[in-house]
Design a protein around this ligand. Structure first.
Ligand code: PHE
Length: 362
């Protein structure tokens, strides 16, 4: 049998030189494994006399303890080194610019077409001096209907397919707002004219098919001043349509209509052609309706404490999904809410593509 002190010295030297966890494991097997040199030596103890066995056994046990401790320590050292080496290869410099679209570069997030469209609309009206206003999604009857000249039995209430909340203690029911028009009321009650606001936001109606969703977005506009008239309404909306669809000579038509909160009222159509089955926005034989509008009804002004003999103005409302679908050729409204990443990569916008009229990006 090898001298125990020699075995310890040789093994500790090998352990010190081991460069990987695998090398360490072969040393362990060669010494402490079932057929390892130390195990064999311990098995050989049986052939010795009791006295010799006691001394040699104690010596071998100390050697075994020393080797086991050295193995554990080396295992930890090598594990740490392996982890440091891996971390070094995985180091990321988060201050480097993202190489968008480059092979191996980071995949950029996308802006949803609805968000992009809202930003585009805000950019255009922002240039005309409008500011953005917002209001709650859950409204009371007064702001969503009554103040807008839609009294309790008015048929417009049925047309809105309203989602009602359970009755409150006084029997009244809150509603999920059916349009952004209640924010007209909130603004006129809270601020003194002149007013010039647009209101993008979510709206809700019990309706669901390829062109209707129970949750959708509208943008409302409201202008109130002493001399505002129908000519301002027309000029403002023609300008908007041409900028939004980026067609300088886009035909825009005002068609008489009816809303309880405007008088007179007009629906706004833009020119298009459908020849060859393909929809093209611009001069053509057909029309597409995209907006509701009108001069604010004197009763609505009175409901908000504004004297119609002194002030007047116009309002308009537009479905954001609808104009986004028309502008970007999105065929089915429902896909907008599927959260399908492939769809978003196709129809979404690069985050730095920020709409601005001066950049000509609209
Ligand atoms: N609130 C109307 C709707 O949801 C749109 C509209 C707003 C019409 C403002 C005229 C003036 O259909």
């Amino acid at each position: 049998m090898e001298n125990p002190d020699q075995l310890r010295a040789d093994t500790l030297r090998d352990i010190g030189a081991a460069a990987s966890p695998e090398a360490l494991e072969s040393i362990r097997i060669a010494v402490l494994g079932r057929r390892g040199s130390l195990s064999l030596a311990m098995r050989g103890l049986g052939e010795l006399s009791p006295d010799e066995r006691r001394t040699a056994g104690a010596a071998l046990n100390t050697v075994k303890d020393d080797i086991t401790a050295a193995l554990a320590e080396a295992g930890e050292r090598l594990g740490r080194a392996a982890r440091d080496a891996r971390l070094a290869t995985e180091r990321a410099d988060v201050t480097l610019p993202v190489s968008i679209g480059a092979p191996g570069g980071a995949e950029p997030g996308r802006i949803h077409p609805i968000s992009q469209t809202i930003d585009e609309i805000i950019a255009i009206f922002g240039e005309m001096g409008f500011t953005v206003a917002e209001g709650p999604h859950i409204e009371d009857d007064f702001h969503n209907f009554t103040a807008l000249n839609i009294p309790p039995e008015h048929p417009a209430r049925q047309e809105h397919d309203t989602f009602y909340l359970p009755p409150r203690d006084d029997g009244s029911r809150m509603v999920l707002r059916t349009h952004t028009s209640p924010v007209q009321i909130r603004t006129m009650l809270a601020q003194k004219p002149p007013l010039r606001i647009i209101v993008p936001g979510r709206t809700f109606r019990a309706d669901h098919d390829a062109t209707h969703s129970p949750m959708f977005h509208q943008v409302e506009g409201l202008v109130i001043d002493r001399t505002t008239h129908m000519g301002h309404l027309k000029g403002c909306l023609i300008e908007f349509c041409r900028a939004f669809f980026d067609v300088d000579d886009l035909p825009v038509r005002f068609r008489p209509s009816y809303f309880p909160f405007t008088e007179p009222s007009a629906e706004v159509d833009i020119g298009c052609s459908r020849s060859g089955g393909e929809l093209k926005i611009g001069a053509g034989a057909d029309w597409l309706e995209i907006l509701g509008s009108g001069m604010v009804h004197p009763q609505v002004l009175r409901n908000c404490g504004i004297d119609p003999a002194e002030y007047q103005g116009f309002a308009f409302g537009m479905g954001i999904e609808r104009v986004a679908m028309l502008k970007y050729g999105i065929p089915d409204l429902r896909t907008m809410y599927d959260s399908d990443l492939r769809w978003l990569r196709h129809y979404g916008f690069v985050p730095l593509d920020i709409p601005s009229p001066v950049r000509g990006a609209l």
